[in-house]
Design a protein around this ligand. Structure first.
Ligand code: PLP
Length: 423
């Protein structure tokens, strides 16, 4: 797959447009997305899983819920994985069919549930016994039938960062697999509830097949157990979590090669493991990718404000902050950072930091980079997922604009905040 974000000679391009021109026209910090990169990634996923008949992909809105991005992804044929009434609203408004939408989340409010029920969304994923009862009560009150899947916690180590690991028994998510049979029996007999199936999401940014294989084995065993109890499972949802590469997104003779311990997940092996694991079950399969679809399509452009040195440590202070992109502040996530315009020069070891009044407002620590100066543009790569969607107005900073590029055409898909937005 060729990358839509790359250097052409010594200048960074997003599809057919130079990043420098985009930054000059729309200002910085600026999120820029490549429409074709998102489409390529979605198609790569779909094609890699084409050995599984009828598998459906529900795009996880939490990764990036810009309505124009959502329209693009719904047009590719995806369904939507949501976690709030707000996300259901956005999904419906962006062209996702109600029956293709699922609602997950460990703490859904009555309003979330009522919104989902009145919009006839496809599946509500219950995460506790108490929630099952509430879903039944709300559905009865409104006079609808809730199609409910049970999120089980298979106690699998996703071997990812602890903060994005969700499938261990001491995580807050889902119902422990050892107790889930009782919950399923309850779900199968609740008023105004149709038991749809089993859901599991073990974590995010998973780069090995084995954790998925373990989850598949646990779920298959569990579904078998349910069958023996006369409970039929029509759908298995394996959640999201397919990892992407964060290092060496850009390569060029004038930027350092990043020390690469990342092993990209082999999608073909993953699809084979899932197919084999569930081959004896007559169930529809669903996955909920977020990051894989949109991470690589996004780049955050930021301008160097200042450089300074303290106790021998060099800092590059940029105009983007943790309020714009908090993945590093939140879980030390790695993102490649590269100059938008390259020239021959020396490399230096720097910390790239933002202007926010927090010591965690950092994008890179002791990173070897080409030397930059005030006014230079930098690109923070692979920021399409969990970038803007995690942004805030902390320090009363204005949230950045978002621009979508499709070949030679760019358009603003979210305006930069104005001062009035702070009030
Ligand atoms: C239930 C559920 N599904 C899907 C996703 C999407 O995960 P990813 O973006 O890693 O594919 C998440 C992420 O937290 C999730 O919690």
């Amino acid at each position: 797959m060729t990358s839509q974000i790359r250097y052409d000679n010594n200048s960074l391009y997003i599809e057919g447009l130079p990043a420098t021109a985009l930054a000059e026209k729309y200002g910085t910090p600026l999120y820029v997305y490549s429409a074709n990169q998102a489409a390529d990634n979605y198609r790569l996923l779909r094609d890699s899983f084409d050995i599984i008949d009828g598998i459906r992909f529900l795009y996880a809105l939490k990764a990036n819920s810009n309505p124009e991005i959502l329209k693009l992804i719904s047009a590719l044929g995806a369904g939507a994985d949501t976690v709030s009434a707000g996300e259901i609203f956005l999904a419906l408004r962006s062209g996702f069919a109600p029956e293709s939408i699922s609602l997950a989340g460990v703490g859904k409010t009555d309003d979330d549930l009522d919104f989902a029920l009145t919009r006839n969304i496809g599946t509500i994923i219950a995460e506790s016994d108490e929630e099952l009862q509430v879903i039944s009560q709300r559905a009865s009150k409104i006079g609808r039938t809730a199609h409910v899947s049970l999120r089980i916690n298979p106690d699998v180590d996703a071997r990812t960062h602890p903060h994005i690991s969700t499938g261990l028994k001491d995580n807050k998510f889902g119902i422990n697999i050892d107790r889930a049979l009782d919950s399923a029996k309850v779900a199968a007999n609740l008023k105004n509830v149709e038991f749809a199936g089993i859901h599991s999401h073990i974590g995010s940014q998973i780069t090995e097949v084995e954790p998925f294989a373990e989850a598949v084995r646990s779920i298959a065993e569990f579904v078998d157990k349910l069958g023996k109890e006369g409970i039929r499972v029509s759908q298995i949802d394996l959640g999201g979590g397919i990892g992407v590469r964060y290092k060496n997104a850009l390569t060029h003779d004038l930027i350092p090669v990043e020390n690469n311990s990342e092993h990209p997940i082999d999608l073909r092996s993953l699809s084979q493991v899932i197919k084999n694991g569930f081959s004896s079950l007559d169930c529809e399969l669903v996955m909920e990718p977020g990051r894989f679809v949109i991470a690589e399509s996004g780049v955050l452009l930021t301008r160097v404000l200042y450089r300074k040195e303290s106790s021998g440590r060099k800092f590059v202070i940029v105009d983007a902050g943790m309020n714009d992109m908090m993945r590093h502040a939140l879980y030390s996530a790695y993102h490649q950072i590269a100059p938008v315009e390259l020239s021959v020069g020396k490399s230096v070891m720097v910390d790239v930091v933002g202007p926010v009044c927090e010591s965690t407002d950092v994008f890179a620590v002791q990173r070897e980079m080409p030397e930059v100066k005030r006014g230079d543009l930098l690109a923070i790569l692979t920021t399409g997922a969990y970038g803007y969607s995690l942004s805030s107005n902390y320090n009363s900073r204005l949230k950045p604009a978002e621009v979508l590029v499709d070949e030679d055409y760019a358009r603003v898909i979210r305006d930069r905040d104005t001062m009035e937005d702070l009030v």
